[in-house]
Design a protein around this ligand. Structure first.
Ligand code: HPA
Ligand code: ZN
Length: 326
């Protein structure tokens, strides 16, 4: 079997994806029309033309504009189901999906609308497509910790449905240390914790996420490579890193796929995984992230297999559930 076939046919996990980053352009315009929302782009072609991202903050402006089309339970259902269907076509069998409640609540969307839509689609997709999806409450780090704590409290009726607390958004200038209390609260609730760190920000933010937020996983984490002692620690602690190769290229966190430090991380013994982040904006779902990376880094079959298995080992699953996927 070719490596290509081995990658595409293997059951895989996507642990780092933002629901609002899965809205395909055509669906975005359909939802905008359905909800009477005016987008800053006149057409799908114009939106696609805006995809030449310079950096994370400039991408986030577009991401925040696009998510405005999500208004109703049906919208959340449709977007979640479309993503799960597209992922199932790549043989993704398990995914943990960040969603950004703060970007919706401020527009009058309710928790019930968000959760009924997301969970309803997850239930249907598990039954019909054999893919399991669990939501991660994704905080936006440019907002206050007070707002983060409010959002966490409002999520309590869905405490059992939400698998973890996460945090994304503009990283530079918003270090993990701003959110110590929010993460402490999430841990009190029994949630797992993850945090974007070391994407555009320095390796020191990864250390802060470990020491101050006591996270169970690091999203991105590629800048850890600048600190060998940190890499050794991540390996020793078997701390999962959800690397998103196409995201890193598109947001110019690295110059090219060949510069994504996956081999260095694997060689050091880190639990590195491959994920999508915002697949509709970065125009690469999970298979393409694996295939493009395998090509660019000339990955061996063993390295590829390890990355695929790490996707399950890094998931918020207990050992028995994890083993069942391997
Ligand atoms: N980084 C931080 N926040 C995000 C991203 C990302 O790549 N995508 C959506 N929110
Ligand atoms: Zn992300």
């Amino acid at each position: 079997m070719t490596l290509h076939k081995k990658i595409t046919s293997a059951p895989k996990a996507d642990l780092h994806v933002h629901l609002e980053g899965t809205i395909e352009a055509a669906m975005m315009f359909d939802l905008a029309a359905r909800n009477g929302v005016t987008l800053p782009w006149a057409s799908v072609a114009e939106l696609h033309a805006a995809f030449g991202f310079r950096n994370l903050p400039q991408f986030l402006e577009i991401f925040y504009a696009g998510l405005q089309v999500l208004r109703t339970e049906r919208d959340f259902f449709d977007v979640t189901y479309a993503f799960l269907k597209r992922s199932a076509a790549d043989n993704v069998v398990y995914t943990e999906i960040h969603f950004s409640p703060q970007g919706h609540l401020e527009r009058g969307v309710t928790w019930t609308e968000m959760m009924d839509g997301i969970l309803g689609a997850a239930t249907k997709a598990e039954r019909e497509l054999g893919i399991r999806a669990r939501p991660i409450l994704g905080l936006q780090r440019h907002r206050s910790e007070e707002d983060a704590l409010k959002v966490i409290d409002a999520a309590l009726p869905w405490k059992q449905d939400i698998v973890a607390l996460g945090m994304g958004g503009a990283e530079l200038g918003n270090p993990p240390s701003r959110f110590v209390n929010a993460y402490a609260r999430a841990r009190e609730l029994g949630w797992k914790c993850t945090c974007h760190a070391g994407e555009e920000g320095p390796h020191g933010y990864v250390t802060e996420a470990l020491d101050l937020l006591k996270v169970d996983r690091i999203d991105h984490g590629i800048r850890s490579i600048d600190n060998p002692a940190l890499v050794a620690r991540l390996a020793r602690e078997r701390m999962p890193l959800t690397v998103c190769p196409y995201s890193n290229v598109r947001l110019q966190a690295v110059p090219a796929l060949a510069s994504v430090p996956l081999i260095e991380l694997l060689d050091a013994g880190c639990l590195a995984t491959v994920n999508t982040d915002d697949p509709s904006y970065f125009e690469a779902y999970l298979n393409e992230n694996f295939l493009g990376t395998a090509r660019a880094l000339n990955l061996t079959e063993v390295q590829t297999r390890t990355l695929i298995e790490n996707g399950f080992k890094g998931a918020f699953l207990d050992e028995g559930q994890c083993t069942a996927y391997l």
